[in-house]
Design a protein around this ligand. Structure first.
Ligand code: C2E
Ligand code: MG
Ligand code: MG
Ligand code: MG
Length: 265
C-alpha cells in the first residue's frame, strides 16, 4: 500500500490553512525568529542492522512546534525555508543540534542529517559542518549527511568539490530516497557514497511481490558492486523485515523498528 508522508501526520486542518498563500507567507517570515525562540526540535528514528538487529544509527528529523498551528512536519515548511533562504540558518541549527545530541549518546552510533540543495551550494557549508563537529566534540566518523539525487544532478561539479572536503573531515555521505526521481547509474558512479537509502516507495510499490523483490535485488546488487552499504526506508512490518534480511540488505529504517522520537536524556 503506497502512503505519502503527509498521510502519516494528522495535519488535515492545517494543510488546508497552509495551502492559502497568506498563511505560507506568514510562516515563511517566522522561520528565522522561531529558531531563536527554540520552536524547532529534532526527533530521531533508529536505523538497525539486519545482521543482528543492533541500532547502528539514528536519522534526525525536524519538527516545528508552532505556538498557534501546533506541530508542523518538514513537508510543511522546508520548501518555504528553501524559497526564502532561511534554510541556511535552519540547516546550521540542525547540524549543530544533531552533533551535540549525538555526542551524548552512550551507544556512540552515527547520526544522519538531511541536507538540502541550497546548503550544499553555500560556499561556507564545509566550514559549517566542521564547526558543528568542533563545538560538539563529535567524532566526524559518526556524522552522516543525507543528500538526494536531485541535489546532485543540478550542481555536479561544485558538489564533487564539497564532497572531497567533507570526506577529508571523515564525514560519511548517504544517497537519500534512491528509487525516486532519476535513480541514474551516473549519480552512483560519480560519487563515492558510504550508503544508499532506498526510498520507501520502492518497498511499498503496488507491484506483484515478485517484481518488487526483483527491483530490490537489482538495487542491492548495484550497491554492493560499488561496495556501498544499502539501507531500506519505510519498513513497517515483520514480513518486510524478513524479506529484506533474506535478500541480504544491510540495514533498515522504518516504523517497525521505531518511529521518530525526541532525543533521549
Ligand atoms: P527522509 O529523509 O526520506 O525521511 C524519512 C521520512 O519518512 C520521515 O518523514 C519519516 O518520519 C518517514 N518515515 C520513517 N519511517 C517510515 C515508515 O515506516 N513509513 C512511512 N510511511 N514513513 C516513514 P518526515 O519526518 O516527515 O520527513 C520528511 C522529509 O523531510 C525527509 O525525508 C527529509 O527529506 C526532510 N527533512 C526532515 N528533516 C529535515 C532537516 O532537518 N533538514 C532538511 N533539509 N530536510 C529534512
Ligand atoms: Mg533522510
Ligand atoms: Mg529518505
Ligand atoms: Mg524523503
Amino acid at each position: 500500500e503506497a502512503k505519502d508522508t503527509q498521510s502519516e501526520h494528522p495535519v488535515t486542518y492545517r494543510e488546508g490553512l497552509l495551502k492559502r498563500s497568506a498563511s505560507r507567507r506568514f510562516l515563511d517570515r517566522e522561520i528565522a525568529g522561531a529558531i531563536g525562540r527554540g520552536e524547532f526540535q529534532l526527533q530521531y528514528q533508529v536505523q538497525t542492522s539486519l545482521r543482528d538487529g543492533a541500532i547502528v544509527g539514528r536519522e534526525a528529523l525536524i519538527r516545528w512546534h508552532h505556538p498557534v498551528l501546533g506541530t508542523l512536519y518538514p513537508g510543511e515548511f522546508i520548501s518555504l525555508a528553501e524559497a526564502n533562504g532561511s534554510i541556511i540558518e535552519l540547516g546550521r541549527w540542525v547540524l549543530a543540534q544533531a552533533c551535540s545530541d549525538a555526542a551524548g549518546w552512550p551507544d556512540r552510533t552515527r547520526v544522519a542529517v538531511n541536507i538540502s540543495a541550497l546548503q550544499l551550494r553555500d560556499a561556507d557549508f564545509a566550514s559549517t559542518v566542521a564547526e558543528a563537529l568542533r563545538s560538539s566534540g563529535l567524532d566526524p566518523q559518526r556524522l552522516e549527511l543525507e543528500i538526494t539525487e536531485t541535489t546532485l544532478i543540478r550542481q555536479r561539479t561544485e558538489v564533487v568539490d564539497v564532497f572531497a572536503r567533507l570526506q577529508a573531515l571523515g564525514v560519511k555521505i548517504a544517497l537519500d530516497d534512491f528509487g525516486t526521481g532519476f535513480s541514474s547509474l551516473d549519480t552512483l558512479l560519480a560519487f563515492a557514497f558510504d550508503r544508499i537509502k532506498i526510498d520507501r516507495s520502492v518497498l511499498h510499490a503496488s507491484l506483484q511481490p515478485s517484481r518488487t523483490r526483483s527491483v530490490l535485488r537489482a538495487i542491492l546488487a548495484l550497491g554492493h558492486a560499488l561496495t556501498t552499504t544499502v539501507l531500506v526506508e519505510g519498513v513497517e512490518t515483520q514480513n518486510q523485515l524478513e524479506l529484506l534480511r533474506g535478500e541480504g540488505f544491510d540495514e533498515i529504517q522504518g516504523f517497525f523498528a521505531g518511529r521518530p522520537v525526541p532525543n533521549a536524556t
